[in-house]
Write a protein that binds this ligand. Structure first.
Ligand SMILES: *Cc1c(COP(=O)(O)O)cnc(C)c1O
Length: 457
């Protein structure tokens, strides 16, 4: 083990230097991948030196998600206290299903869940778990809602025309989950979003009433805190009103920006969150922990248990259910995703988490200000969002993003809303500073000049 830890350190030192010197790894064309790197698996063991060289090559060509040039996805950066926790979790290698096997790690997970419930004003009947991603958190919420609506579904399967509702700007996992859980994609109703990307509660109400008239059985509404493209926050109070009227489960998908609950300044973006039945967030997005760190909490502890518990004599042999977390989780064997958030939270405190969140909004303000002050840019997104959507000199966003990547300049993606296609940069990497944001724009401008890119229109 010590020898491999030394090797690990060498690899990490190389990674850190590459992140600095080559922040956008040279992409390998897929048809050249197996020629460029030795990814083969052979009958005989690799020599130590070759093994190390291959690993160094792999590190070199792997995209650098913690570099100052990565703006591509809804995660990025590296907070060392969180990375430390995850490395420790790998070494400890517990499975979170029982207290007997995970010991204090169970307490760590429960402590995070308890604190999050408290912060958002969930009452004593609340509980939660860690899911393998935001999509799966949404699946868990949808399953709880389904089982609450009809207690026999667990045994008999779905045999009613059940419908659910989410905005057209929401994450694709809602439709995908509907197909996984026997509801069916055709029974997902897409509610209209307004000009700012927020769900229109009146349209929700109209769709629900229309379905009831036609004999469908509405049971679930998904609202979003941070939509995938614009980073918009749905208005919880007006949506909750519709849910109360028709007795629908309200879930808030905060995978992207649910972490605003840690900020005194920005928690108003999820005002009335205590009216929801369940809420999920990805700490590996705004809080900057390593992937994956996805949390779901609910005000209906019994429902979580009802939907996900299973008796298993070979597994649950000691301790009470409250400490045997397998009784409320999606999986059986389950990775310890809690420790990395706990080490971060413990070391920086609640005030530290608040700073992490606030800094991303600050960086977003810097970016929006720059765009507004420079007439060659068009802005498509709005304030109070860490997604900044823009076009430069009417150059095709798709072409620009692809060329920047192929030329190892920047990793940034594009999106569409209301028929407009634009570059979507995300200021989610808390380690960045104002100058990194300004450098992002300089790189684009310089690149467009050097390559003599011209407007597509
Ligand atoms: C990222 C995201 C998800 C999916 O989370 P995964 O961890 O990638 O499965 C769901 N909803 C929203 C709003 C997201 O931004």
């Amino acid at each position: 083990m010590h020898k491999d830890l030394k090797l690990f350190n060498d690899l990490v030192e190389f990674l850190l230097s590459e992140e600095k010197n080559n922040p956008v790894a040279k992409p390998i064309e897929t048809d050249l991948l197996y020629k460029t790197l030795d990814l083969s698996l052979n009958e005989h063991p690799a020599l130590d030196a070759d093994f190390k060289q291959t690993l160094l090559d792999i590190v070199k060509y792997t995209p650098k998600t913690a570099s100052t040039s990565f703006f591509n996805q809804l995660f990025g950066g590296r907070l060392s206290k969180a990375t430390l926790g995850d490395l420790l979790a790998v070494m400890l290698n517990n499975s979170m299903y029982t207290y007997k096997v995970a010991g204090p790690q169970v307490g760590i997970e429960k402590s995070i869940l308890h604190n999050i419930c408290k912060i958002i004003g969930y009452k004593t009947d609340s509980d939660g778990t860690f899911a393998p991603g935001g999509s799966m958190s949404n699946l868990m919420a949808m399953i709880m809602a389904r089982d609450k609506y009809n207690v026999t579904v667990r045994n008999e399967g779905v045999n009613q025309k059940m419908t659910l509702y989410t905005s057209e700007a929401s994450h694709y996992s809602i439709s995908k989950n509907a197909s996984l859980m026997g509801i069916g994609r055709n029974n997902v109703r897409l509610v209209k979003a307004d000009d700012h990307g927020k769900m229109i509660a009146d349209d929700l109400n109209r769709l629900v009433k229309q379905d009831i008239e036609k004999g469908y059985l509405p049971f679930f509404v998904n609202a979003t805190a941070g939509t995938t493209v614009l980073g918009a926050f749905d208005d919880i109070a007006s949506i909750s009103q519709v849910c109360k009227t028709h007795n629908l489960w309200l879930h808030l998908d905060g995978a992207y920006c649910g972490s605003v609950i840690f900020s005194n300044r920005y928690k108003s973006l999820v005002k009335d969150i205590e009216l929801t039945d369940s809420f999920s967030l990805n700490a590996h997005k705004m809080l900057g922990t390593p992937l994956t760190c996805s949390i779901i909490v609910t005000q209906h502890k019994d429902q979580l248990h009802h939907s996900f518990s299973n008796e298993a004599e070979y597994l649950y042999q000691t301790d009470d259910d409250a400490f045997n977390l397998g009784k409320t989780s999606l999986q059986c064997g389950r990775r310890n995703d809690a420790l990395k958030l706990w080490t971060l939270w413990k070391s920086v405190g609640g005030v530290g988490l608040e700073k992490i969140v606030d800094h991303q909004f600050y960086l977003a303000d810097v970016a929006r200000k720059y765009i507004k002050e420079h007439p060659d840019y068009t802005l498509y997104s709005f304030s109070d969002s860490i997604s900044i959507c823009f076009n430069y000199k009417d150059i095709s966003a798709q072409d620009l993003c692809t060329l920047l990547y192929q030329n190892s300049k920047l990793m940034v993606g594009y999106g569409t809303f209301n028929g407009d296609e634009f570059v979507r940069m995300v200021t989610i990497n808390t380690s960045l500073k104002e100058e990194d944001i300004l450098a992002f724009f300089t790189v684009i401008e310089q690149f467009v000049t050097d390559k003599k890119l011209i407007s597509s229109y």
